[in-house]
Design a protein around this ligand. Structure first.
Ligand code: EPS
Length: 355
């Protein structure tokens, strides 16, 4: 069974949900560890007042008994506490009574850089809210919960994944400046995975390539506009003799410019990937737009916004990379029971004499 993830949930709807299937039975999950990742995602510098409303915590509705996976689909839920302010506006069913709270008036002023205009056009929505709710990065919360599960699986075979902001001090200074000017900023995050043996992914078909899969996983996160593996774009400026990582007699490398992946296959070095995030598109000093109700020129919707979510992206990207590596690990080692998965990893790493 391959590892699969499906998610659903709107930003101000009742909850975010994820179903993780294909996990081996017998994997111990730690609720505190999952909640700690949810908290890390909420904490970054420059987040909006929304983060004081939310207290993200995981609930498990299925697939777990006494803290261990059953080998059946695992159902994860993260509630939106803010939904209490949107019960009429975001009611899944036709709402009762007079409109009250938030989200009662249609949004008709699309924000450049958000899904608003294309989403309304594509799905035929009159109210842009019907597009922006799912496009919102809010639902990364439940992907972080799924990523924490993936990290638990990976740790059973000695793999650790960690995300961080590239140049955090500079980012914080930029956030302070942008906040004063009522603007937003983006930034770059890096994810490293240690302990990945050679042989995850494959060159056999392009959808099997581990670098392609990690790029997909990162590019699928809201606001990510660029991804690089290892030295990435900088490699394009080098000669071949400078760009590649020489192989020692012990089969290890003396450098890691490839970021742990060659030809779409992990090579046993640390996996290093980076993602570049654009500045958030909800602006207090809005850009030019159109009022979809009147067809007249207008300025975009102004709403509460984060100044930056780059530190959150580091956590979300860590979860996305962990998820993709867990899929690749499960593909390589199989196993309906955790012990089978671990034993297959041990037999393989013994065969290739890795570490
Ligand atoms: C988001 C807009 C903001 C962010 C939100 C993502 O939400 P709101 O419109 O409620 O102020 O805070 O992110 C989160 C709520 C979160 O938990 O990450 C957007 O439009 O993408």
């Amino acid at each position: 069974m391959s590892l699969r993830l499906a998610s659903a949930g709107e930003s101000h709807g009742p909850a975010l949900v994820a179903i993780v299937s294909g996990l081996p039975a017998g994997l111990a999950l730690d609720r505190d560890a999952i909640d700690a990742d949810l908290k890390r995602r909420q904490q970054g510098y420059g987040r909006s007042p929304r983060q004081q409303i939310e207290q993200d915590r995981v609930e498990v509705l299925a697939g777990l008994r006494h803290g261990r996976t059953l080998g059946t689909p695992l159902a994860l839920v993260v509630r939106n506490v803010d939904h209490k302010n949107w019960t009429w506006g975001m009611s899944p069913w036709p709402p009762d009574g007079e409109p009250h709270g938030k989200g009662t008036k249609p949004v008709t002023l699309p924000r450049p850089g958000h899904a608003d205009l294309a989403g309304a056009q594509k799905f035929g929505h009159d109210d842009v809210r019907n597009a922006l709710e799912r496009a919102s990065a809010r639902h990364t919360a439940v992907h972080v919960a799924a990523g924490a599960v993936a990290k638990a699986l990976l740790s059973a075979i000695g793999i650790a994944v960690a995300g961080s902001v590239v140049d955090e001090d500079a980012l914080r200074a930029q956030v302070d400046e942008a906040r004063t000017e009522r603007d937003t900023v983006g930034g770059i995050v890096e994810v490293r995975a240690a302990g990945v043996p050679p042989g995850f992914g494959s060159y056999a078909a392009k959808e099997d390539r581990l670098d392609a899969r990690l790029a997909f996983a990162l590019m699928g996160i809201q606001a990510v506009k660029g991804v690089e593996i290892g030295d990435g774009f900088a490699l394009a400026a080098l000669r071949g003799s400078q760009a590649h990582d020489e192989i020692g007699a012990d089969r290890k490398r003396t450098s890691n410019r490839a970021g742990g992946i060659e030809a779409g296959v992990s090579n046993g070095e640390e996996i290093i990937v980076r993602a570049g995030m654009k500045p958030l598109p909800t602006l207090m000093k809005p850009l030019a737009s159109v009022d979809l109700a009147t067809g007249e020129a207008a300025t975009a919707l102004v709403e509460r916004s984060d100044v930056a979510a780059v530190e959150a992206l580091a956590v979300v990207a860590e979860a996305a990379v962990a998820w993709e590596l867990a899929v690749a690990a499960k593909e390589k080692f199989g196993g309906d029971a955790l012990g089978d998965f671990v034993a297959a990893h041990a037999a393989y790493t013994a065969r290739i004499q890795w570490r």
